[in-house]
Design a protein. Structure first.
Length: 325
């Protein structure tokens, strides 16, 4: 039919950026955007729309670039509009009209979202995001910041070997930045007990100094290349170490105290790469969050496996590119 063959023009929202909040952290994202001067002009569930340019929002688990409204007068036409923009799409479940959205999604090319087997590399194909605003109106962004649907990284989990589930945060951080410790590199794991992050680093072939006042899980402490030190992460002094390839910290402490520790190691110039968790206890400390983000070469992000916390990654190559090394 003529109506099925013709595609109606879409309404591109020039300069619009969509920020997708993690479940339960919409207020954090809204506050962060406001502090950056990005006024929210529309909200669709967890998705906040602002006028561009895009900013690095730590509390955005994914970012939709150039979203546009597309007519959806029929299931077939709706799918046709999306396929005309690109092949790979992830449906953000709408608050209403979910069944119609699923029917449209069923008409799109299949995209496999199988869990990754770490240390498998992240997908390379670009991914678009879309949702249904009304029965005959979609919102779609041909490009999103994450190659994972809604920024949610799923893994083939190991439910027997690691001593806790904290290992998933480190798996995700290393997957998102697509850089990993190499065999033989020296890693300092602060706040290591019971040993989830130490286990990840050791399985990659790195040498690990695991520091915690509490003991490591015995099975982790016995692994080759692991040295356990019963000490405080905050009592260590950089001058007591030669070059450290990776400083990893999942220490439970206030973010401001972690910032002091990180700055001490940065000033010493003895760490090539950092992966640290900012754990917020009570209200989110946006001032300290901003201080971490301001360090040259930093990436601050909410991972799918984070709770009320952010992961800070600072890589030697990116620090040098930003003029901070």
């Amino acid at each position: 039919m003529r109506g099925e063959a013709m595609l109606e023009p879409c309404a591109v929202m020039s300069g619009t950026v969509g920020y997708l909040a993690p479940e339960g952290f919409l207020d954090e994202l809204r506050t962060e955007l406001g502090r950056a001067g990005a006024a929210v002009r529309a909200q669709h569930g967890r998705l906040l729309l602002t006028d561009g340019p895009a900013i690095r929002a730590a509390w955005a688990q994914d970012v939709w670039h150039d979203p546009r409204e597309l007519p959806a007068p029929s299931i077939k036409q709706a799918a046709g509009h999306l396929k005309a923009l690109q092949r790979n799409w992830a449906l953000l479940p709408p608050e209403r009209h979910y069944r119609r959205a699923r029917l449209i999604a069923a008409q799109l090319p299949h995209v496999s979202f199988k869990p990754l087997a770490f240390p498998q590399a992240p997908p390379r194909a670009p991914l678009g995001g879309w949702t249904l605003l009304q029965p005959e109106l979609m919102l779609a962004a041909p490009t999103t910041a994450s190659p994972f649907p809604h920024g949610e990284v799923a893994f083939v989990e190991d439910r027997t070997t690691p001593p806790n589930r904290a290992y998933l945060k480190l798996w995700e951080a290393l997957t998102v930045v697509d850089v990993r410790p190499q065999p033989g590199e020296l890693c300092l794991d602060l706040g290591a007990a019971p040993g989830g992050w130490t286990w990840v680093l050791q399985m990659l072939g790195a040498r690990v100094i695991a520091v915690d006042k509490a003991p490591l899980d015995p099975a982790i402490a016995r692994l080759p290349g692991v040295e356990a030190r019963r000490d405080s992460a905050f009592g260590l002094r950089p001058q007591h170490f030669q070059a450290v390839d990776w400083l990893c910290s999942d220490v439970v402490c206030y973010p401001a105290r972690l910032l002091e520790l990180v700055r001490r190691w940065l000033d010493a110039g003895r760490v090539r790469n950092f992966v640290c968790t900012l754990k917020f206890q009570g209200a989110t400390d946006f001032d300290t969050q901003d201080a971490f983000a301001a360090i040259p070469g930093s990436r601050l992000m909410h991972l799918a496996h984070n709770k009320h916390e952010l992961t800070w990654v600072n890589l030697e190559a990116e620090r040098a590119a930003a003029g901070g090394a």
